[in-house]
Design a protein around this ligand. Structure first.
Ligand SMILES: [Zn+2]
Length: 260
């Protein structure tokens, strides 16, 4: 029998989610940008740290590793090929790793950064989960600090091919501002209008809008909808350019969001 994973957010900085994945008394921590809230969470819940997994090298995702290792020496730290010295298990696309008795598959998703990876788990007993850092956000996607629009488009296409019931655990609460932009792109999208109303009441209740579900992202996230004529038309109107392919539409959309 598989014991289900329980996944809870640890709040960090102003809008980061550090995810705590737990089973029995063991925890895996995803992207600990800050150690203090993680240590506090482990203490409060009585969990012990079994592993750390990292999606990319940005400080708000790796800044807490060293202090956590001081408290919990010899903890395995899984992550991508990058300059971060605290990572002691380097992963690449299609690698698999076992965490808390569950198998996760690594997806290389360059774009936000070049080293960015995501962790996907699916089995027949539970809802699939994806930890995707700053690649796919609820209602949006990460900025292109290192990669090209084409790399990010390919990465998002890889992610959107995952099962529609996948729970998407991204690393920031950016949902309302992402959805505001999405509405500027697709003002007539009724699924989007409904999502905004629901996200607003979630935030008013001080609850996270993350995880989101892939099915909802496919209906409302403009960055997953660049093949729809509504998105194409909006981007063309905004940029004044006639886009010939999905890559150009995606690049125009991302640029529009950067300036929004
Ligand atoms: Zn980042």
């Amino acid at each position: 029998m598989t014991i289900m994973l329980s996944i809870s957010p640890i709040y960090a900085f102003s809008d980061n989610y550090i995810w705590c994945v737990a089973r029995d008394r063991q925890a895996v921590i995803v992207d600990p940008g800050d150690a203090a809230p993680v240590l506090e969470h482990l203490k409060e819940t009585g969990l012990s740290l079994s592993a750390i997994i990292i999606t990319h090298h940005h400080f708000d995702h790796v800044g807490g590793i060293e202090l956590l290792l001081k408290e919990y020496p010899n903890t395995p730290v899984y992550g991508p090929q990058n300059q971060c010295e605290s990572i002691n298990h380097r992963l690449k696309h299609n690698d698999s790793l076992t965490l808390l008795g569950h198998t996760f598959t690594v997806l290389a998703v360059p774009g936000h950064t070049l080293d960015h990876i995501a962790y996907f788990h699916a089995d027949s007993n539970s809802t699939p989960v994806l930890f995707c850092g700053d690649t796919l956000f609820a209602g949006g996607c990460g900025r292109l600090f290192e990669g090209t629009p084409e790399q990010m488009l390919n990465s998002l296409q890889l992610i959107q091919a995952l099962p529609a019931d996948t729970n998407i655990y991204c690393a920031h609460e950016y949902t309302l501002s992402n959805l505001k932009f999405a509405l500027a792109v697709e003002p007539q999208n009724q699924d989007l209008q409904a999502r905004i109303a629901s996200a607003k009441s979630t935030r008013e209740a001080n609850l996270p809008t993350v995880p989101s579900q892939m099915a909802l992202e496919l209906l409302t996230n403009p960055f997953l909808r660049t093949e729809y004529s509504t998105v194409e038309h909006s981007v063309a109107t905004h940029t004044g350019l006639k886009h010939r392919n999905q890559k150009d539409i995606f690049a125009g959309l991302r640029k529009w969001k950067d300036d929004f």
